[in-house]
Ligand binder design. Structure first.
Ligand code: PEP
Ligand code: MN
Length: 336
């Protein structure tokens, strides 16, 4: 059950609602976000919710039986749109393209990618500075110095930044330099990190875990929301299976299913999803048709020389074609 409270509700009125929720045998959880105040009631008892709905201070009340609540479409039917400022919006009504290298490598690389994005009217650049790598001997990113350089060049060019945060202690030091925090697949259920991002002011792109279910992804998003941050987008990036012909199985079933279950934007990462650069375009176009709100993919001036994930990274020529085709596909989808 979700009770949306009226703006600026006095403490005693709120206390009364909390007490009434307990009286009907529910556990009451208070949630305060940048957008609103809520009480999430957890319990199984059947009762007439109108008794609570009539209480002073209650703006709206909904019964939501799913484990996740505040991110559910059963409660909020209107899709969430995330505003990154300067007219950059993510969510229904537009198709977002986020592109860039797997890892930020040096100044020249950032400048080349930024130039490529500007030429193609793409306003969000991806690039990791803290890299989760399977081998401790692999390139693990340029860290905070790299992020500052990334930020300076992007700001000079009007480009927004999405980059991965790997642990709680990095949030504060990174916050001034990012527009969207990415939670990687390996951290998808790092609940301490999710809690802390709930308190952050910046939007979060939450990736599905390597073997994560849809339900787990949704509950992970609920952690962020219930800790105060409503600016969340979900990312399908492929799940692990027995198949070895490609890196992961990009689960495009997840796109319409997630869109039906939640009001949050759904983004697809075809690069990690298939892991083979020759097929990134096909899977991106399929993602558009499946109803994704955006795509995030890896591009680099010389993919064969990339410090990480070169095998799944497209060059600028391929990237340009991909951008054009995704936009055409999106227009077609919207015309249906
Ligand atoms: C990445 O975006 O480069 C990355 C490491 O992604 P994932 O967490 O999906 O593996
Ligand atoms: Mn990568």
């Amino acid at each position: 059950m979700i009770i949306q409270l009226q703006q600026g509700i006095p403490a005693d009125i709120k206390e009364n609602i909390l007490q009434e929720v307990k009286n009907v045998g529910f556990k009451a959880n208070e949630v305060q976000t940048q957008e609103g105040s809520y009480i999430v009631g957890i319990g199984k008892k059947d009762f007439d919710i109108r008794t609570l709905g009539q209480l002073p201070g209650v703006a709206d009340i909904h019964r939501v039986s799913d484990e996740y609540k505040l991110i559910s479409r059963k409660w909020k039917v209107n899709p969430t749109r995330i505003d990154l400022g300067d007219g950059v919006l993510i969510g229904e009504g537009s198709f977002s393209i986020m592109a860039g290298p797997c890892s930020i490598e040096n100044e020249q690389q950032i400048e080349l990618v930024v130039q490529h994005l500007k030429e193609n009217n793409v306003s969000i650049m991806r690039g990791g500075v803290f890299k989760p790598r399977s081998s401790p001997y692999a390139f693990r990113g340029l860290g905070l110095d790299g992020l500052r350089m990334f930020h300076r060049i992007c700001r000079e060019n009007g480009i927004k930044i999405i980059t991965e945060v790997m642990q709680v202690s990095q949030i504060e030091e990174m916050a001034d330099y990012v527009d969207v925090f990415q939670v990687g697949a390996r951290n998808s259920q790092n609940f301490n990190l999710l809690d802390a991002l709930g308190e952050a002011q910046k939007p979060v792109l939450l990736k599905r875990g390597i073997s994560g279910t849809i339900e787990e992804l949704l509950q992970a998003a609920e952690y962020i929301f219930s800790n105060g941050n409503e600016k969340i987008m979900l990312c399908e990036r492929g799940i692990r299976s027995y198949e070895t012909a490609y890196r992961n199985v990009l689960d495009l079933n997840a796109v319409p299913v997630l869109k039906a279950k939640t009001h949050l934007p759904v983004i697809v990462d075809p690069s990690h999803g298939i892991g083979l650069r020759d097929f990134v375009e096909q899977m991106s176009l399929a993602a558009v048709m499946a109803g994704a709100d955006g795509v995030i993919y890896e591009t680099h001036q010389k993919p064969e020389e990339a410090f990480s994930d070169g095998q799944q990274t497209v060059n600028f020529k391929e990237s340009e074609r991909l951008i054009k085709r995704m936009r055409q596909a999106y227009e077609l989808r919207e015309s249906f």
